[in-house]
Design a protein around this ligand. Structure first.
Ligand SMILES: *Cc1c(COP(=O)(O)O)cnc(C)c1O
Length: 435
């Protein structure tokens, strides 16, 4: 089975990056549960560490065959030059921000993003000399342009915001970034590459919490970083890619290299692997890579069903007397960004504001039985959560209330159960919440 880049998504998600003939013809990608790999003999060892045997591995922190299949597969379905797998979505985000703004600089980001991301951007990265300029509206292009300064290193957005499902106009944001000589970084966790591939609209780096919809079964944490391979890192704004790097050269032959001179278009993603994963750790373990690969095989069918059910549930909620407002771009008929970016739907996550007070919220959550009350999304099981008290509690109320996140908001992640049971569960929950 030789998969070609021209193959379509549904073929690539099952076959890309894997050649069974190199693995005893195993049908399922083997789990290489090992810390290290034999080096054969001293001569071969020398060649392996110099990167002359791309099919050989030495130590799982530097690379592992199971994780390698996942990385190749994601790069193929995303249309990127290379991908790196890491231990969690937060590692993917952290390593990407450090790699682009190492040594200090500014990054522009919206305030309506994942709770831990906003906490890290507001309160943690500044301790490393990386400061953020925030916008409340991700598509306020004039404001974003006005915030770009000499030391601005990137624009960072979520393609679909958590949990308001507001859509970022990636094509316009990529143009603004490129005009300023900086990359656009997109957290594409909500839609997954099945519903949206940001590179097609000019994004430069895509990050994922593959804990969510890519894996789809809520059984392991994982993160992915994918590089489009189109951004010019040699402009002078990013010296970390052009400065000489001892470990890339060869002392004996007096060979000097930088990430850019050695890897060209892949400088960014190679630097993530060689510096951040290798030196800071946070490696995705082989068995977890296997779980992600397994989940990925059914992503299209899962997402199609979840989007259909999420749409029906959003419509049910919109027409419910106890619901103040539904947040799901998928049912906004006049939303031009849905038409432009999401022909297959905006995803399985929606939220809504319940009328009443926090007692009604508690009663609703405590009286649903098909929905599980837990802080995750993108699972085959349907999930319910009160974000202001759980997933988004790191965000100050002043910012939360601007983004559909007051204490009356409930987030749902729609799984694969029967749609009648899901709606029946919510209907029963509403009755109990307001009796
Ligand atoms: C969950 C999530 C993350 C963090 O991912 P982990 O795998 O939990 O570290 C980042 N961004 C978004 C949009 C998320 O939903």
């Amino acid at each position: 089975m030789n998969v070609l880049a021209k193959d379509k998504f549904d073929t690539l998600r099952i076959h890309a990056g894997y050649k069974p003939e190199n693995h005893q013809f195993a049908s399922s990608v083997p789990i290489y549960q090992t810390a290290a790999f034999g080096l054969s003999n001293t001569e071969v060892a020398n060649e392996i560490v110099q990167g002359k045997h791309p099919d050989r591995f030495d130590y799982t922190r530097d690379g592992n065959p199971t994780s390698h299949v996942l990385e190749e597969r994601i790069a193929a379905i995303e249309g990127g030059i290379e991908a790196v797998s890491v231990g969690s979505g937060m590692s993917a985000i952290s390593f990407t921000i450090f790699n682009v703004a190492e040594g200090g600089g500014r990054i522009i980001a919206p305030t309506n993003i994942y709770g831990s991301s906003l906490d890290e951007f507001r309160n943690f990265f500044p301790k490393f000399g990386i400061n953020f300029d925030f916008v409340d509206d991700v598509n306020d292009f004039d404001k974003i342009k006005s915030l770009i300064q000499d030391d601005t290193k990137a624009i960072y957005v979520e393609s679909v915001a958590n949990p308001s499902t507001e859509i970022a106009d990636i094509e316009t944001l990529a143009k603004i970034a490129h005009d300023a000589g900086i990359p656009l970084i997109v957290d594409n966790t909500f839609p997954t590459p099945y519903l949206l591939r940001p590179f097609e609209f000019g994004a430069d780096i895509v990050v994922y919490s593959s804990t969510k919809g890519i894996n789809g079964h809520g059984n392991t944490l994982s993160g992915l970083i994918v590089d489009h391979g189109k951004f010019n890192w040699a402009s002078g704004k990013f010296p970390q890619f052009t400065e000489e790097e001892f470990t890339l050269g060869d002392e004996e032959s007096d060979d000097h290299e930088s990430f850019y001179s050695k890897f060209g278009a892949a400088a960014f993603i190679k630097r993530i692997r060689v510096k951040y994963v290798r030196l800071l750790g946070s490696v995705l373990s082989p068995i977890d890579s296997y779980f992600v690969l397994l989940g990925l095989e059914t992503i299209s069918e899962r997402l199609d069903k979840e989007v259909a059910s999420a749409t029906k549930i959003a419509e049910f909620l919109r027409d419910n007397e106890h619901v103040e407002r539904v947040y799901y771009s998928g049912i906004e008929k006049d939303n031009s960004l849905v038409a432009k970016y999401f022909s297959k739907g905006v995803g399985s996550i929606l939220s809504f504001e319940l009328k009443g007070n926090e007692k009604n919220i508690a009663k609703l959550i405590d009286n649903v039985h098909v929905f599980s009350y837990l802080p995750n999304i993108g699972d085959a099981k349907s999930l319910i959560v009160n974000p202001s008290r759980t997933t988004h509690r790191e965000i100050p109320a002043g910012i939360r209330t601007k983004h559909a996140l007051n204490n009356q908001v409930i987030r749902l992640s729609i799984g694969l159960e029967d749609i009648d049971d899901l709606i029946g569960d919510l209907r029963n929950g509403f009755e109990k919440a307001f009796d």
